[in-house]
Design a protein around this ligand. Structure first.
Ligand code: SF4
Length: 346
């Protein structure tokens, strides 16, 4: 999600381009007033990826965003719930043939339901009810959209609690076939947010639940994109580039493995290397095994390393040459002509 003020077209376009470069495939922007809704028109002209307008409180902003070229509208059932307003947005989206995301959020469901609890003397919703209430809220909203003969729907059921989120998506997937956008809302700063998102999104994807994902972090949005790509790559669902398998090191390690991995990682990133699995291992305990299983690998020893390629030992080298030699071997895999001699002939 872009984190700029959408009314600031220049800053928003700059950030979306950064996100595109990081690998983002769909971006959401906050539309908090009519100026932001009309800015979408200018922003859309300068970006390549589809843009989702995030709408709260005022359904007219959704219609304005549709008219200005948004590719999808996210509505929050917690704060836009009048049937005639939802129908008006559905009509506008239908005219432009764009989808609506029913974006349920645990915070707003709690807020919405609390009045019913007032009479019972219970404060808010008990945690164990929350997932079910989120699903119910989504299904009710879908009924209104379907009544307006609108079916281009995607649903999200995000809670800040991982288990509630998983529960809500599982329950929904059992009762509806509409596609799902996954995420843990307000997951927190990068260190904890990464863990929460990986567990929540990962668990659901492993059950084949989910069609799009967003990692939400209190940090730069590019970190969200990188995290999302890493989740998909770890699950073997998508492949975005080289994967480094490296050991955590221990008292047996006799090279600066951390430095080797850091240098290798940044050089690979700069080169935009193709998908290749590289093992960088600290000693002979697990080193040869992992290095053999990878496309390219190094099993380190005392200030040195043995290079493996496709399961075969190539040569032993000094520690300071490890990064350069690994990169050279990877290059020969990137460009097969380098394997064919100077003229590229067999
Ligand atoms: S591979 Fe060797 S150095 Fe690395 S963690 Fe295992 S035992 Fe330690």
């Amino acid at each position: 999600m872009a984190k700029t003020d959408t009314r600031d077209v220049l800053a928003t376009v700059r950030q979306i381009r950064e996100l595109e470069k990081a690998g983002c495939e769909i971006v959401r922007v906050a539309v908090k007033d009519f100026q932001a809704a009309s800015a979408i028109k200018k922003i859309k002209k300068k970006i390549k990826i589809p843009l989702v307008a995030d709408i709260h409180f005022d359904y007219r902003l959704a219609i304005e965003a549709v008219e200005n070229g948004a590719d999808k509208i996210r509505l929050n059932p917690g704060n836009i719930h009048k049937e005639e307003q939802i129908r008006a947005v559905a009509m506008a989206a239908k005219r432009r043939k764009i989808p609506i995301r029913v974006g349920i959020n645990s915070g707003s469901v709690r807020f919405q339901v609390s009045p019913y609890r007032r009479g019972t003397g219970q404060a808010g919703v008990r945690k164990k009810d929350l997932a079910g209430l989120m699903v119910k809220a989504a299904l009710n909203y879908i009924k209104i959209l379907e009544k307006a003969r609108f079916y281009d729907i995607i649903v999200s059921l995000k809670a800040s609690d991982v288990l509630t989120t998983i529960d809500a998506y599982r329950k929904f997937a059992k009762s509806s076939r509409y596609p799902l956008h996954l995420g843990i809302t307000a997951a927190g700063p990068v260190s904890t947010g990464l863990v929460k998102s990986s567990i929540g999104i990962g668990a659901l994807l492993l059950e084949s639940i989910g069609d799009t994902i967003r990692v939400s972090l209190t940090g730069h949005p590019c970190e969200e994109v990188v995290a999302a790509k890493n989740i998909l790559q770890a699950l073997n669902l998508r492949n975005f580039g080289p994967e480094i398998i490296s050991c955590p090191t221990c008292g047996r390690c006799q090279v600066d493995l951390q430095g080797i991995v850091a240098r290798l990682g940044s050089r690979l990133e700069a080169r935009g290397s193709r998908n290749v699995k590289i093992a960088v291992m600290g000693c002979e305990v697990n080193g040869p095994g992992e290095a053999k299983d990878a496309d390219i690998g190094v099993a380190c020893g005392r200030k040195s390393g043995v290079i493996f390629k496709k399961g075969r030992i190539l040569y032993r080298i000094k520690e300071k040459e490890i990064v350069t030699k690994l990169l050279r071997e990877i290059r020969t895999m990137d460009d097969p002509s380098t394997l064919l001699g100077a003229g590229g002939r067999r």
